[in-house]
Ligand binder design. Structure first.
Ligand code: MN
Length: 164
């Protein structure tokens, strides 16, 4: 479809003729209560601009990849993990996710977290953490607490006496 020159905001953080989609296919990766809208995607642009919204208490997938993200917090508040550090997020904060860096966005329990995210149109697929990656991430107690609720279904580290 030809990209319309103008699309008005039709409701808070919704736009005319922009489909409200699932963040990812549910079986693809763990996440909770996230929607995706692709705002700009054109063959003459080598990037896409998307708007994601994480509902209160929800979170994006803990993942990493070669491609980078340029993120602008647009609505609400929450926290994110970038590498081995946590950041509090408020409206209009900027987050750069470097290549091959673990990242996850979580909304506050009582507020959504909406953000604009720019990515290359051609990009590699996200990698999910292995058991070894999770063990490494959990070495930092703050990070362990942050990802605890979101990696419940992921492989837990083996007790030392059962390690292969
Ligand atoms: Mn990502």
């Amino acid at each position: 479809m030809e990209t319309p020159v103008f699309r008005a905001q039709s409701a808070p953080m919704r736009w005319q003729d922009v489909e409200l989609a699932e963040y990812k296919r549910a079986e693809e990766a763990p996440f909770r209560d996230v929607t995706r809208q692709v705002l700009f995607d054109h063959p003459m642009l080598s990037c896409q601009l998307r708007y994601f919204e994480v509902a209160p208490g929800g979170h994006t997938t803990l993942e990493r990849h070669e491609h980078v993200h340029a993120v602008v917090i647009a609505r609400g508040c929450g926290r994110c993990l970038i590498g081995d550090r946590l950041y509090d997020l408020a409206e209009h904060d900027l987050v750069h996710v470097p290549p091959l860096t673990w990242h996850q966005f979580q909304a506050d329990e009582h507020a959504p977290l909406g953000f604009l995210c720019m990515v290359n149109t051609v990009r590699d697929r996200p990698q999910l953490p292995t058991a070894a990656d999770l063990t490494q991430l959990r070495a930092n107690p703050l990070v362990a607490a942050f990802i605890a609720q979101t990696t419940a279904g992921s492989p837990a580290p083996l007790p030392v006496n059962q390690a292969p």
